[in-house]
Ligand binder design. Structure first.
Ligand code: FDA
Length: 302
């Protein structure tokens, strides 16, 4: 299982395959988990999700950018999405990755790009969530969110439960709107739990703590064991539905997504769009090789 996971994570970081994928459009089943290649298509997908009672967080796909032009292009795309959210009056906010906006190029350059995005979103009352990437980028990302939060109240971020330091970070940033996840990257045992049972146990612990002590919790998982546990926990502690939401990725466990909405929980779908789908898609295969079924369905159901 670990070998399969490492194989797909290795593929997700292959630059050659990544750039080839951009040229060839949505392939290999990615079209079932990516909402569209442009803003117009994505807005149509979002309107459908909103009509089903789901809010959305929109991710302009792309990460690990090393050229300034590419980072500026990504900034332009995200600003376009912000305008579209406002113009189309959809129930949606932004998710972004600092490495797409130049974190690996220059800290100040990245900060300027991110501030432009957060400020534009702030003008329209749109929330911006900073996705968390791998460990080498973790502290710099927290630093940027913290700095921006002094000026803007529309920023939040992610806590990855596999990190030993997650509890400390959760405590420090408890007043942010936080998304709590298990963690998607390959990390060493010097910084992160490796065992699924340890990660799951820490995940539950962090969610419970933040539900009791935090501001607003986004519980982002497809794991029905965790979801059922949270349902029982909020009931036992009389935590009202407006203190938390469930989040899942677009195209995954859609029956369960709809069921949560029917049950009256706040639900937000993470909607990725664009041509830079390769790394995102490979990480999903790494998490759950059965996701290859999605590929098979796309290939054979023509
Ligand atoms: P996990 O993969 O551990 O599965 C647990 C169990 O749930 C499985 O054994 C199976 O029984 C069931 N299950 C899971 N998926 C299923 C499916 N498709 N069909 C049927 N059963 C299924 N990571 C990160 O590092 N930084 C980030 O910013 C984010 N952001 C983010 C946003 C959102 C909205 C989500 C949902 C996830 C992220 N992640 C993330 C990814 C996250 O860290 C994690 O890698 C994945 O969500 C996979 O872990 P799960 O908790 O979903 O269940």
């Amino acid at each position: 299982m670990t070998i399969v996971r490492d194989f797909f994570i290795g593929l997700s970081q292959n630059e050659l395959l990544n750039s080839a994928a951009k040229k060839y459009g949505l392939k290999m089943g990615a079209q079932s988990v990516v909402a569209g290649t442009n803003v117009a298509e994505t807005m149509e997908s979002i309107k459908k999700l909103n009509a089903q009672g789901m809010s959305c967080t929109i991710d302009n796909l792309g990460e690990f950018v090393f050229e300034k032009d590419e980072a500026l292009e990504a900034k332009g795309n995200i600003l376009e999405v912000i305008e579209a959210i406002h113009t189309h009056e959809v129930d949606a906010h932004i998710s972004l990755k600092p490495s797409q906006l130049g974190l690996d190029i220059d800290y100040d350059f990245c900060f300027e790009n991110l501030e432009a995005i957060v400020s534009a979103a702030h003008n329209y009352g749109i929330f911006v969530n900073f996705d968390m990437e791998d460990y080498p980028r973790l502290q710099a990302s927290f630093d940027i969110v913290e700095e921006l939060s002094k000026k803007y109240d529309n920023v939040g971020t992610v806590i990855q439960a596999y990190f030993y330091r997650a509890e400390e970070d959760l405590n420090k940033y408890k007043d942010f709107r936080l998304r709590i996840v298990k963690g998607a990257y390959k990390e060493s045992d010097e910084v992160a739990y490796q065992d699924k049972a340890d990660i799951d146990a820490n995940y539950i612990k962090l969610i419970e703590w933040h539900l009791l002590n935090g501001k607003f919790t986004s519980i982002a998982t497809h794991d029905h064991h965790v979801i059922n546990h949270v349902k029982q926990f909020v009931k036992n502690h009389s935590i009202s539905n407006d203190k938390f939401e469930f989040q899942m990725l677009y195209g995954f466990r859609t029956d369960m997504q709809q069921e949560l909405v029917r049950e009256g929980y706040n639900f937000c779908t993470y909607v990725p769009f664009g041509n830079d789908w390769y790394g995102y898609f490979m990480r999903r295969l790494a998490e759950r090789p059965q996701n290859l079924n999605l590929v098979a369905k796309q290939v054979f159901n023509k």
